[in-house]
Design a protein around this ligand. Structure first.
Ligand SMILES: [Zn+2]
Length: 353
């Protein structure tokens, strides 16, 4: 009876003890889980400092300065100036140690023909008849570099590198330097590529850095790429830069931050980073159902791919010979590049958005 009582008395104590232990274990497990997810989340959210810190005003200025110098003759698609720009961009990818996307190199070559006032490519129709008929034909090239990820999924970061060339009918300055449009965007893509490579941490998703040709002739490069792309369903997001180096005279710090409304996290990320960093620009958040129009985001948006795009608005030098490197706001361009680099890192690493 006593023993029995003892057993009975002991039993609840044992049960209590094991329940306590279980609660303790559960607590420790929860703690571990939260710590682990926090670490994971911080890996996803935070680009290592050594990467982030190599984005500089000086690099922005040197890239924009070269691309918009008169010797590049306005970087008209399919001309000598355009080719020099392309070779310069490739030389920077090589210097940063970033691999070509294609087996045979960085270039995606394609032809365009002039049909009336329009330039068309294989993205529009079979152009062999136009070529045979002797229509003006040019060879264009997109430039693609890649940092392979650990998992499935692809993020593309793009900007066009072509501009309007030279107009020999003008009196005086004839060269469209295109410093803001879009040497500024090219400098952002290149510096982001450099920063992510220098960070030395493999991203979750693969990141492709794309510099499009023929944007000014009708989004030729990006439309051609999307038409020929065999992995569209793997593309998680497309980020676009087109004119990110200036700002309206009355509000020079302005940045138009456009993103697909179906991905509200894109807006939240920018809000978080604006609180954490002392960036010298003010984003105007613009979430839109359908980001079609304006630039190389269009063909991607048409395929339902989530978009983030940055733009610092038009100005009196837009599509004029006066769009020159000395008018670029380099501290602002560098800060936009830093902020978007953080966004690219999240696009590549955050599990779901
Ligand atoms: Zn333009």
């Amino acid at each position: 009876m006593f023993m029995e009582n003892l057993k009975v008395a002991e039993k609840p104590a044992l049960i209590n003890l094991s329940m306590k232990n279980r609660t303790k274990t559960l607590f420790v497990l929860c703690l571990l889980f939260f710590t682990f997810s926090k670490v994971n989340e911080s890996v996803a959210q935070n680009l290592p400092k050594r990467g982030y810190e190599c984005i500089t005003e000086e690099s922005a200025s040197s890239i924009v300065g070269f691309l918009s110098s008169d010797i590049l003759e306005g970087r008209d698609a399919g001309t000598r100036g355009g080719s020099v720009a392309a070779e310069y961009i490739v030389s920077l990818f090589r210097e940063y140690g970033i691999e070509p996307f294609f087996d045979n190199g960085y270039y995606q070559h394609f032809a365009t023909v002039k049909n009336g006032n329009n330039w068309i490519t294989e993205a529009d129709c079979d152009i062999s008849g136009f070529i045979a008929d002797g229509c003006e034909t040019r060879s264009l090239k997109n430039i693609l570099a890649v940092i392979p990820g650990k998992e499935k999924g692809v993020v593309i970061v793009g900007a066009h590198y072509d501009h309007l060339g030279v107009d020999t009918t003008l009196v005086g300055d004839q060269c469209f330097n295109g410093a803001d449009d879009n040497a500024s965007g090219v400098s952002a893509v290149l510096q982001i590529a450099k920063a992510i490579k220098a960070a030395g941490r493999q991203p979750g998703r693969t990141i492709i850095f794309a510099l499009w040709d023929g944007e000014e002739k009708g989004l030729l490069g990006s439309r051609y790429f999307v038409k020929k792309c065999t992995f569209l369903s793997d593309i998680s997001a497309y980020m676009n830069f087109d004119m990110v180096g200036r700002g309206p005279a009355e509000k020079p710090e302005h940045l138009s931050y456009m993103y697909t409304a179906g991905n509200p996290l894109f807006g939240e990320w920018m809000c978080t980073d604006m609180k954490k960093h002392d960036f010298c620009f003010t984003p105007l958040y613009n979430a839109s159902e359908n980001l079609i129009g304006g630039s190389d985001n269009t063909p991607f948006a048409r395929k339902g791919i989530p978009i983030v795009w940055y733009h610092t608005e038009g100005h009196p030098d837009y599509h004029r010979v006066s769009d020159s490197a000395d008018k670029i706001d380099y501290p602002k361009l560098a800060d936009i590049t830093r902020a978007t680099c953080l966004c690219v890192w999240r696009l590549a690493n955050v599990h779901e958005y």
